[in-house]
Write a protein that binds this ligand. Structure first.
Ligand code: FUC
Length: 809
């Protein structure tokens, strides 16, 4: 079929903007032929490019999750990311570097806060919630009021010659090799493009090949909305710039002027043909094959130091990568990635062979259980691609962002979103991806100690509901959202979980000061509830939910007490294991005992607040289910240990409803799985995987794109298959009837066990348990605890059938 005519080009340029918002991506012409599905079933694949038109001119505010961008395929090495669009004539790689945020080192704490807090507490105790919120708004909130956004690096645009026809076009992302590929035929020549992001080599590699010599010609250029200069020299495209300015200024009047320098460099290595540079572009004509190596870096060393040399960082990565062949770069990348990815496999039924966007559109029909398994593995892929040792933690969009001012700044929202990003890390056997989170919490113990001291006159450290690259910890946005002191404490619990999974004492020693500092802050700031003398947080809130009295501010929201019970427990256990701080262990235990208890309200629900207000709250179906933290990911509540409270959680979940934003839907999956309700969890998963919550590239739709839903969904599926509580492992605790037969390998649970499990017609077939720490093993299946066995470190035990008959080996 005709690929392009001049008239169509002009028309499409005029219509381009209109077409943008339409359902299908703009195409310059029809593509012909039907490409076959990729060989690896663990692939996302499509029969059309995400877009194939010249890029928009750079602009300061990006397009966020527009129709084209959420069709593009993400690659990443934890630090560098690219969205690959796959255009035949106009290929676009939208690039990110994970330290390229707006602004500069700053401390937003408001020194007026400390004087105002006693009055805020008095107002809350007197039930004057609106007045308390006004005072917090005037005297306590951070300066500036918003934190700094994560920003795009820019785009690499490759413009290929117009072609007469394109057949059998296919692009796909192979999750087994973490590689994006584009392939098609044109005028009898088979073209291939391959893109991968290597963690060991710290570069993104683009490889262009054809099955006949001399066929590869294109012009490459960089483009960015950042303040940057761009040039082309000796086969390199080079961009040097300064990050964006943030808004507002600190309490002492310092503006948020951008202070990071950055560089991106693309090395163009052609075999055969010619290569020329001019006018900021590199042109390749008639090459046999071309390799593009992309490196990028900023001057960020840490939240207080931006003195690194980005050019030196880029030069070092490029020099060493360009000494290697593309085969060597690929082999190193695949080996590194598979070391993590291959630890877990999942099969829950047949997979449709249709392109991924069609599968998502049809999923609600439920005939494609394999799509859940693909979604599960995609979550693991995305975590590996956005969070590696030495990188920043995965932010609201992982590392993929095309904007200078993305939704919610694409920051770290730590009243659920950042924590949810790491929910699958331990259960799906990717503990190392938590290293960046540990490093961030370590930073927060320093910046958060400043906030604790200046704002509260307290010891230890505190972080409120958001943080950013600069590790800001003061309350932001407004009292309804920001005045919540428990975000940092929750983060430390994720780190403690990692110890519970691994039993690694060296690691425990590094995180113990973080736990201890978080606990210290609350020892210094908890207040007495006037009527019942419970110890509670104040001022605080139940994340983002308004209570019936015109504010969210309160004393002692349920979630805080649940987090603090877990915090004091884990700090005490950690001190015991390490044999330190005996006095503190007693203080923590005593303080824990005085925290306000979980309470059941008149509707049978778990109360979100100290008072029974749930049924009068203005948004009863609010997306946050903060007070249910105690069931998941917390430990306060469990179906077997505390059945009455679990029943109250169930009632609260019914009141809240099943469908919410992406992450909020994913949280509900995990909670219903913990309640042992597989079919309910699956029904909610089906909504998460429907086009309402999943874009064509399977990114989670909050909407707009936010990656936490992907990670929460992956975690939810793991929770449906295996759970552990209080030393007991539960097999298939929430298996949905949609997955009658299947198998999983490599899931991890607390206490140091790794589990392989297969089932047929809903019945356990075979279980293999590897004991990593030599802890006693207790296995539960349904109502019966079937196995209690000793294990030794490194031993493997096998059980058969529903009765879990031990197999001696
Ligand atoms: C919290 C949520 C929003 C959004 C934002 C990034 O504030 O309530 O839904 O996810 O974080």
């Amino acid at each position: 079929m005709r690929y392009i005519t001049a008239a169509w080009l002009v028309t499409s340029a005029i219509l381009g903007v209109l077409v943008l918002s339409a359902q299908q991506p703009p195409q310059l012409a029809q593509l012909t032929g039907e490409a076959r599905p990729p060989a690896s079933p663990l692939s996302l694949w499509y029969r059309a490019p995400a877009s194939d038109r010249p890029m928009d001119p750079p602009r300061a505010t990006g397009q966020g999750a527009n129709q084209e961008w959420v069709r593009a395929l993400p690659v990443g090495n934890g630090r560098l990311g690219a969205m690959v669009f796959g255009g035949v004539v106009h290929e676009r790689l939208q690039l990110n570097e994970d330290t390229l945020w707006a602004g500069r080192p700053y401390d937003p704490v408001n020194p007026d806060g400390r004087e105002a807090l006693p009055e805020v507490r008095r107002l809350l105790a007197a039930g004057q919630y609106r007045e308390a919120a006004t005072l917090v708004s005037e005297k306590v909130m951070a300066k500036p009021l918003a934190q700094m956004p994560y920003q795009t690096l820019g785009d690499l645009a490759l413009t290929f010659p117009q072609v007469a026809s394109v057949e059998n076009y296919r692009r796909h992302l192979d999750l087994v090799t973490a590689t994006a590929r584009v392939s098609y035929m044109s005028s009898g020549v088979a073209f291939e493009r391959e893109v991968f992001a290597s963690w060991p080599d710290q570069v993104i590699v683009v490889r262009l090949t054809a099955n006949r010599p001399g066929q590869i010609s294109f012009e490459g250029r960089l483009q960015t909305p950042q303040r940057a200069s761009i040039e082309a020299t000796d086969g390199d495209l080079v961009m040097r710039g300064v990050n964006g300015d943030g808004r507002g200024s600190t309490a002492d009047g310092r503006p948020m002027t951008g202070a990071l320098r950055f560089e991106a460099r693309v090395r163009v290595v052609a075999t055969g043909g010619t290569r020329t540079s001019s006018g900021g572009a590199v042109a390749v004509r008639g090459a046999d094959a071309v390799t593009l190596i992309i490196a990028a870096a900023t001057s960020y060393r840490n939240y207080g130091d931006v003195s690194a040399d980005p050019a030196a960082r880029v030069a070092s990565a490029l020099t060493s990568a360009s000494r290697k062949t593309v085969d060597a770069l690929r082999a190193t990348h695949v080996r590194d990635y598979q070391r993590l990815f291959n630890r877990v496999s999942l099969h829950v039924g047949p997979s449709a062979t249709a392109p991924t966007d069609e599968r998502v559109r049809g999923f609600a029909a439920g005939r494609d259980p394999g799509l859940s398994a693909l979604y599960f593995q995609y979550g693991r892929y995305l975590l590996i691609a956005s969070s590696r040792t030495g990188s920043q933690p995965a932010n609201l969009q992982g590392i993929w962002n095309d904007s200078m001012s993305p939704p919610w700044g694409s920051k770290y929202t730590i009243n659920i979103n950042t924590q949810m990003n790491y929910w699958p890390a331990l259960s799906t056997n990717l503990a190392e991806t938590m290293d960046p989170l540990t490093a961030m919490v370590s930073d927060l113990t320093v910046t958060g100690a400043r906030t604790a001291r200046t704002m509260y006159g307290a010891g230890g450290w505190v972080a409120h509901h958001n943080t950013d690259l600069w590790r800001a910890t003061a309350p932001i946005d407004g009292p309804q959202w920001g005045m919540w002191p428990t975000g940092g404490a929750w983060l430390t619990l994720a780190l403690w979980d990692r110890y519970e999974y691994s039993g690694d004492r060296t690691y425990l020693r590094t995180i113990y000061p973080m736990l201890k500092g978080a606990a210290r802050f609350f020892l210094d700031t908890l207040v007495e509830d006037p009527s019942r003398r419970w110890l509670v947080t104040s001022p605080s809130l139940s994340p983002e939910n308004l209570h019936p009295f015109g504010a969210s501010l309160v004393m002692g929201p349920t979630m805080d007490q649940q987090i603090l019970r877990d915090l004091f427990d884990s700090a005490t256990q950690a001190a015991r294991v390490l044999g330190v701080d005996r006095d503190l262990q007693e203080t923590w235990t005593a303080t824990r005992a005085r925290l306000a208890p979980n309470k059941t309200g008149s509707a049978g629900q778990l109360q979100e607040w100290l008072e029974d207000w749930d049924m009068q709250a203005p948004e009863r179906d609010h997306r946050h289910v903060s007070h249910l933290f105690g069931l998941f990911p917390g430990h306060d509540i469990d179906v077997r240990r505390t059945p009455h409270l679990a029943a109250a959680v169930r009632r609260s979940l019914e009141i809240r409803g099943d469908q919410a934003t992406g992450w909020a839907t994913a949280w509900r999956i995990n909670l219903w799985a913990r309640l042992g309700e597989g079919d309910r969890a699956y029904q909610i998963l089906a909504f998460l995987l429907s086009p309402e919550r999943t874009y064509p590239n399977m990114f989670d739709a909050h909407p707009p794109f936010q990656i936490d839903g992907n990670f929460g969904g992956t975690s939810g599926m793991a929770e449906m298959l295996v759970q552990a509580d209080a030393g007991e492992i539960r097999l298939l605790p929430a298996l949905p009837s949609a997955w009658p037969t299947g198998s999983v390998t490599g899931l991890r649970v607390r206490g140091g066990f790794e589990i392989d499990l297969s089932w047929t017609s809903g019945k356990v077939e075979r279980v293999t348990v590897r004991s990593l720490l030599g802890e006693p093993l207790r296995l539960r299946r349904g109502d019966a605890e079937r196995i209690v066995a000793r294990t030794t470190r490194g031993s493997e035990l096998v059980f058969i059938g529903e009765e879990l008959r031990p197999v001696s080996r």
